[in-house]
Design a binder for this molecule. Structure first.
Ligand code: NAP
Length: 303
């Protein structure tokens, strides 16, 4: 019987592991992919205090190294397939046919990319449509690409791609970007980045691979063709909460409802990082959640 099972090994889960180890809790941390979560695919993180301009994969590696130094034995590579959370002894079931019993559980499963939902997106996924500029950008060296979205991810993707590709077109549905001002300034200063404002994507087309997309000018309702070799979709994230949403309360978008204490509606079940309701989803708020969650777990275990 564990004191705590942490599900997810992104910044929130790794931070929780560090705090749990230091608190002397009997715990495990389960992860199905590489440790680090979404930041593994982030080209550069420049807003984590004390570590300017570090690549996401390097920051993730440092966090993992720190957590493993304190609790290497607690790391388990396995996929959670279901969980029974309502009882005082919670049961976590995994793909390796293990059942982990625990007095408390921390859901730190993060979020995954959202789809655009237009014709051609699924058909050309992996053959011109990508959700990860740092993973796939090199395939489009010297070519023309489009980035869909106006948030921090779209801005960072466009900047990364501008260093590899001939031209980068950002297609954004409004006339202002959601991305941080610093990133916007860099976008506006880049010679090979063009922004299509008030523009939606109607369709992605091609033959064996992507050839272009149909762009709708939202104001005039006119449709035009944009010829590109690659399309990077960066239209936000979806919480990875589906496994737990039958028992844990979520909001209408699927984020697990929890405040800064990370407590959910179920006693002994906590949520931390991008998967929980919050105003700001960044590495710094995720690691803060990990620390707060373990503090709440300790209070819960003391009864
Ligand atoms: P986001 O901030 O939610 O931005 C999504 C963008 O996609 C928005 O510009 C949105 O338009 C647009 N969009 C959404 N649905 C769309 C649709 N169906 N069609 C066309 N456009 C659509 O998502 P994100 O950029 O992936 O960032 C996710 C979180 O991670 C945010 O909290 C972000 O701050 C954080 N993040 C931080 C950093 C960093 O600090 N270095 C880097 C990356 C991400 P509207 O603007 O019109 O809503």
């Amino acid at each position: 019987m564990y004191d705590l099972v942490i599900i997810g090994c992104g910044p929130a889960g790794l931070s929780a592991a560090i705090y749990a180890a230091r608190a002397g809790l009997k715990f495990i941390i389960l992860e199905e992919n590489l440790a680090g979560g979404q930041i593994i695919n982030t080209y550069e993180i420049d807003n984590y205090p004390g570590i300017p301009a570090i690549s996401g994969s390097e920051l993730a590696a440092r966090m993992e190294e720190h957590a493993r130094k304190l609790a290497g034995d607690s790391f388990i590579d396995d996929t959670v397939t279901s969980a029974v959370l309502n009882d005082s002894v919670k049961k976590i079931f995994t793909a390796e046919h293990k059942i982990y019993e625990t007095r408390s559980c921390l859901i730190a499963t993060g979020a995954t990319h959202r789809k655009l939902g237009v014709p051609g997106e699924d058909l050309f996924s992996g053959i011109g449509v990508s959700y990860c500029a740092t993973c796939d950008g090199a395939f489009f060296k010297g070519k023309n690409v489009a980035v869909i979205g106006g948030g921090n991810t779209a801005a960072m993707d466009a900047l990364y791609l501008s260093g590899l590709c001939k031209n980068v077109c950002i297609i954004h549905r409004r006339n202002v970007l959601r991305a941080d001002k610093l990133l916007q300034d860099k976008l506006f200063a880049a010679d090979n980045i063009k922004i299509f404002w008030n523009s939606g994507v109607d369709e992605i087309y091609g033959n064996e691979q992507v050839r272009g997309l149909k762009i709708r000018d939202i104001k005039s309702d006119s449709v035009s063709d944009l010829s590109v070799d690659g399309i990077f979709v960066a239209v936000g994230i979806t919480p990875a909460s589906a496994l737990f949403s039958a028992s844990v309360n979520t909001d209408k978008e699927g984020y697990i409802i929890a405040d800064e204490t990370c407590m959910t509606n179920i006693p002994g079940v906590f949520a931390a990082g991008d998967v929980r309701t919050k105003n700001l989803r960044q590495v710094v708020t995720a690691v803060s959640d990990g620390a707060n969650a373990v503090t709440s777990v300790r209070q819960y275990l003391l009864g």
